[in-house]
Write a protein that binds this ligand. Structure first.
Ligand code: TRP
Length: 342
């Protein structure tokens, strides 16, 4: 069976964008792939994390996986730092990847900003660790958002260069899986920027643990425009909102996209039903739907986070299973590279 690897950083404040863009897809994929879902704490510490918060956030991501419906028996759920092989393979990849390749990474440029000299070395080498995550299990498919495509390209380049340099056919060349149209959930306050945990306004996002009244209030306050919803003929031949229409009504498109994603229906179906509706009305339907879908997940997350021992036991067991796959693969890498082994 093909193998999937994906990860979410435990940096706190999981929101609707994380759910629709990543975690929800993890649940669907477990039916057709062998799936390994990681809480990437080593990636999180490329920027400063408060130690107590890091522990809580690691449990939060784990709880989100479980509450959304990832099955810890069929899938492997673990936190990255418990499997030392990730850091070991990343070191070898630090010696495979070229400075020029990493210098081109747009995410580093965005995250480091004007303070490049002050960014951690780990933040610069971040994509090498991500490549190690994936290749340590010889994963073939990686579900990621748009923003991670460049890192996945780099993973393919590293696999290829490793294979070439050592004259082996060892690492597979993995494929991205970009799923569903709602993988890009935008801010509720500005339809042109992504929903993000770092947005200063709480009203810009719906947290996975928000209660019904918070969800309702945020949707009520969400930015829209005075026009009603169009009919399905406004969509392009691919069933998506055409680029110019999105540009003209970014907030309207975002709410429509969120609705369709939560309802697990096409945009055409939703517009067929909602044609001519004003946003004041549409928001009521959206609130009802969001509360129905997210409410039980948020409640289950809170229940799990109140039982840290249970969550930790799942991670420990996952780490053992991950280690059992990763260890022999890293062993072979050591042999290929020429390290003397015991
Ligand atoms: N970089 C990814 C993100 O921020 C998280 C991640 C780390 C990841 N390792 C991975 C995703 C391996 C997919 C596969 O979203």
């Amino acid at each position: 069976m093909n193998r999937i690897f994906s990860g979410v950083q435990p940096t706190g404040g999981l929101h609707l964008g994380n759910y629709l863009g990543a975690i929800r897809n993890f649940v669907t994929l477990q039916d057709s792939y062998h799936c390994i879902y990681c809480v990437v704490d080593l990636h999180a510490v490329t920027t400063w994390q408060d130690p107590a918060a890091l522990k809580a956030n690691t449990r939060e991501v784990t709880a989100a996986y479980l509450a959304a419906g990832v099955d810890p028996e069929r899938c492997i759920i673990f936190n990255q730092s418990q499997v030392g092989e990730h850091a070991e393979l990343a070191w070898i990849f630090n010696c495979v990847a070229r400075m020029g390749w990493l210098n081109r990474m747009t995410q580093f440029k965005e995250k480091a900003g004007k303070h490049r000299e002050n960014a951690s070395v780990g933040l610069f080498a971040y994509p090498n660790l991500m490549a190690a995550d994936i290749l340590l299990y010889k994963a073939t498919h990686v579900p990621v958002g748009d923003d991670q495509k460049q890192h996945l390209e780099l993973t393919r380049d590293i696999a290829q260069k490793f294979n070439n340099d050592f004259g082996v056919d060892f690492f597979p060349i993995c494929e991205p899986l970009i799923l569903g149209s709602a993988t890009r959930v935008m801010s509720l306050r500005d339809g042109k920027s992504k929903m993000s945990k770092s947005d200063p306004s709480d009203y810009s996002r719906i947290a996975m643990t928000d209660e019904a009244d918070a969800i309702a209030q945020k949707i009520r306050k969400a930015k829209t425009d005075p026009d009603p919803l169009p009919g399905p003929e406004a969509l392009g031949p691919d069933g998506e909102v055409p680029e110019d229409a999105r540009g003209a009504r970014p907030e309207a498109c975002n709410l429509l996209g969120i609705y369709a994603a939560l309802a697990e229906r096409s945009l055409a179906e939703v517009l067929g039903e909602q044609e001519g509706a004003q946003f004041s009305r549409f928001k009521e339907d959206l609130t009802e739907l969001a509360v129905a879908k997210l409410g039980p997940i948020g409640a289950e997350m809170k229940r799990l986070m109140a039982e840290p021992d249970h969550v930790d036991a799942i991670l420990r067991r996952g780490a053992e299973r991950a280690h059992a796959i990763a260890h022999p693969i890293l062993d072979e890498v050591h042999e290929i590279v020429g390290f003397l082994r015991p």
